[in-house]
Design a protein around this ligand. Structure first.
Ligand code: ATP
Length: 582
């Protein structure tokens, strides 16, 4: 599909109430969108389908954490230091752009995000890259790191600094000590969250594909680093189109059509848990209406991958002729929990019981406080912690007459005899381990957009051009439209009664009595309503109505009494429209 289709989808989205720029009465502000009645329903259905599969379907817990979190959380997570993008300001028009995107869009470099700033500046100059907005040369313009987090003050006065979360994941990680109790300390266990995330994107663009407030659906699976992997039998035959790093870097590299099982066997996907989720995700994306001919998994290139991530793949959808990231699947090791453990006073570990108790040697200290107190005053506590940590890490440090402890970059000498250092034998029944994290992280807004573009169709009906959305009934905002054929009190009341009976069946129904019947069909086609029911004058005689299918525009006559059951069966996929006789 072309960029042109993208424009048509955005126009349709606005006209029919899928999504539109927010606060336009006040000129709007870039990167914020409102989902209208159709869009909110579609998005809600997608989120529900995600919960069904990734929370309920996997037996995981769901939580709902605040969107504002205090500064120490993001100090620990690393977001304050490193959640930056490269900003370049046009010297001519003042427009801000992402320097790495300017490079990636106009050169052969694919992972400029991972390059140091001076290198990006050199590339900008060498390729004579220009401002995407006005075309002025960018060579010589300084590139800066720009932190994407929105800061706020919590409470009156100077308050306490807080940040709008840039991902839902931290809300799960910081609560790990409590969540592990709910999981009875047993690994593996998973926690999900569906909610808003905020990023002050340098140049939000392409409607809801890159916004400053968006919805994520994330799953954090906590696993034992030495535990068994997943049972892959449920996904091993799932076909996947992969674009491994090696193929991306090869001269004539290409995507590979394989199965999850084969990709694990030949090592293309290194981690079995990541492979498991790629298989589950592939089937789920298909079920909500992503076109599998325009879908693939792309492996992160080494430079793109966070240093702690063992393996990382993105689910990508093709829209407007470009591939966009729909979700990321990463093996994050113990990075997140270790960071929070180091920065807080809580334990981000689980207790792993040994099969048999083990006798182990433990080095420990029992410092002489009557010496440390007068000698180090207020620093004595830090010295004790330093000695404890050193005893665990490096017994050899206690072999000489004095031992050296570093506190805040300063060295302190302590006589070994004052440390109470000793190596003891102990019987232990288990050990505390920091779980590893496997993270499938889905973006909901980009998916909603992709579903719309992949469902967009144009055809001709009765000599007239028609636009319709071939949305899957599971996610379509409205399942059935109900119309009286003409403006007539009796027909209207009959049709309203039918609409009410279908709503009572749990179906989402739109009642529409305005305009010519053809116009009403077109309206429902354009919002992707799979079926329409029309009540006409004959309905009184034969107690039947006309049921019309969106895609084929075929119509059948059905007894009114059969409608709720038939439509429910169509909704559940237990019945095909073609099986109904005309
Ligand atoms: P990108 O490289 O496109 O900025 P990312 O790699 O930073 O995305 P992640 O941090 O992996 O994204 O976030 C997980 C998912 O959240 C993404 O796959 C995407 O679907 C969604 N997402 C991230 N940023 C945005 C945004 N600004 N607008 C809409 N969705 C987003």
């Amino acid at each position: 599909m072309s960029e042109d289709t993208g424009e048509k989808v955005v126009e349709l989205a606005k006209r029919r109430g899928y999504f539109f720029r927010s606060s336009s009465a006040y000129g709007g502000v870039g990167g914020f969108y409102t989902f209208g009645p159709q869009g909110a329903a579609l998005k809600g259905n997608v989120e529900e389908a995600w919960r069904d599969r990734f929370a309920v379907g996997e037996g995981h817990m769901e939580i709902d954490a605040p969107t504002i979190m205090p500064e120490p959380v993001f100090e620990a997570s690393g977001h304050l230091d490193t959640f930056d993008d490269m900003l370049v300001e046009c010297p001519d028009c003042g427009e801000s752009s992402r320097a790495d995107h300017v490079v990636e869009d106009n050169t052969e470099y694919e992972d400029a995000e991972s390059f140091p700033i001076p290198e990006v500046e050199e590339i900008v100059a060498e390729y004579e890259l220009v401002c995407p907005e006005c075309g002025a040369p960018l060579a010589g313009a300084a590139i800066e790191e720009f932190n994407l987090m929105f800061e706020t003050q919590v409470g009156p006065g100077d308050g306490q600094p807080g940040y709008l979360r840039p991902e839902t994941a931290q809300g799960i990680f910081v609560e790990f000590p409590r969540l592990k109790e709910y999981a009875r300390g047993q690994l593996p266990f998973g926690v999900t969250q569906v909610g808003r995330a905020y990023r002050n994107e340098i140049s939000p663009r392409r409607s809801i594909i890159r916004t400053r407030e968006f919805t994520q659906a994330e799953l954090e699976l906590f696993v034992d680093p030495e535990g068994d992997g997943p049972d892959l039998s449920a996904v091993e035959d799932v076909p996947v189109r992969l674009y491994p790093a090696s193929e991306q870097q090869a001269e004539e590299g290409d995507e590979v059509e394989t199965t999850v099982g084969e990709a694990v066997a030949d090592g293309t996907i290194a981690d079995p848990w990541v492979a498991y989720f790629l298989g589950v995700a592939r089937e789920w994306y298909e079920s909500v209406g992503v076109d599998m001919d325009r879908f693939r998994f792309r492996q992160h290139l080494a430079g793109e991958r966070a240093h702690y991530a063992a393996d990382c793949w993105d689910a990508e959808g093709e829209v407007g002729g470009n591939w966009i990231e729909l979700a990321g699947f990463a093996h994050r090791g113990d990075y997140d929990l270790s960071k929070h453990q180091a920065h807080s006073d809580e334990r981000f570990t689980v207790f792993r019981q040994y099969d048999e108790p083990k006798t182990v040697e433990r080095a420990a200290v029992d410092p002489d406080m009557s010496y440390l107190g007068p000698e180090f005053g207020g620093d004595a506590g830090d010295i004790v912690s330093g000695l404890e940590e050193l005893a665990e890490r490096d017994r050899a440090a206690f072999e000489d007459e004095t031992v050296t402890v570093e506190i805040d970059g300063e060295s302190h000498e302590i006589p070994v005899e004052k440390t109470g250092f000793a190596v003891e034998e102990r019987t232990e029944s288990g050990e505390h381990v920091v779980p590893h994290v496997i993270e499938p992280s889905f973006g909901v807004d980009r998916l909603v957009y992709t579903i719309l573009e992949h469902a967009y169709r144009e055809d001709e009906v009765d000599g007239e051009e028609r636009t319709y959305l071939e949305l899957d009934p599971e996610v379509a905002p409205t399942f059935v439209g109900v119309f009286p054929l003409q403006s007539d009190a009796e027909l209207e009341s009959e049709a309203e009664g039918i609409a009410a009976s279908l709503r009572a069946e749990g179906l989402s129904v739109t009642y529409d009595d305005s305009g010519a019947i053809g116009r009403r069909y077109r309206r429902q086609d354009e919002v992707g309503t799979p079926f329409c029911v029309t009540v006409d004058y004959e309905s009184r005689e034969d107690s039947a109505v006309t049921l019309r299918e969106r895609d084929s525009t075929d119509q059948v006559r059905l007894p009114i009494d059969d409608l709720p059951g038939t439509l429910s069966a169509l909704r559940e996929g237990d019945l095909e429209f073609g099986e109904l006789s005309g």
